[in-house]
Design a protein around this ligand. Structure first.
Ligand code: SF4
Ligand code: SF4
Length: 169
């Protein structure tokens, strides 16, 4: 029979010697290893008090952008949804009505915009596909939760707050 790896080791079934039965040498050996690690640089951190710096290429939660006048950039063109390999984006477009020019930059806007963060693989394709600079991925990640519904982020969760407005927790 052909061996899959060369890592297999035969089990040592010899009876234990008197020193082995004492276990003390094995405990001492273990303690030496433990003490050696006390003086080495720690690889772990005390999260969440301490946080590691994100990599410059980290892609986290999405935000929907506004223009300099606070109007929504998204025109519900659907390119982000089409480019999404995980089919995580859902939206419904609507026509801007007279008097809503201060809310939406163009004649069409997303009346509903949802991203299912459990489906999302944070590839960033939506950001790249968007011709309106309306969606981008930030350096935050979705907080943990006990139910799946809370991972479906709606427009109110994604939209950048207006100046002076507080973002929903
Ligand atoms: S980051 Fe990728 S998977 Fe997530 S919504 Fe955008 S395109 Fe879809
Ligand atoms: S976020 Fe960008 S790509 Fe997606 S619907 Fe809005 S404008 Fe189009």
């Amino acid at each position: 029979m052909q061996a899959l790896t060369n890592r297999a080791k035969p089990v040592d079934r010899r009876p234990m010697t008197f020193t082995e039965k004492l276990y003390l040498p094995a405990i001492a050996k273990g303690m030496v290893i433990t003490f050696k690690h006390i003086f080495q640089k720690k690889e772990t951190i005390s999260y969440p008090e301490q946080k590691r710096k994100f990599s410059p290429v980290f892609r986290g939660l999405h935000v929907l952008n506004r223009d300099a006048e606070g109007r929504e950039n998204c025109t519900a063109c659907g390119l982000c949804a089409v480019s999404c390999p995980a089919e995580a984006i859902t939206m419904e477009g609507a026509e801007r009505k007279p008097g809503e020019e201060h809310l939406y930059r163009e004649e069409k806007y997303a009346a509903r915009y949802e991203i299912n963060m459990l489906r999302c693989i944070f590839c960033g394709f939506c950001e790249e596909a968007c011709p309106k600079d309306a969606i981008y991925l930030t350096e935050t990640f979705a907080p943990s939760n006990y139910n799946r519904e809370s991972f479906i982020y709606g427009k109110e969760d994604l939209l950048i707050p207006m100046p002076g407005e507080k973002k929903k927790a």
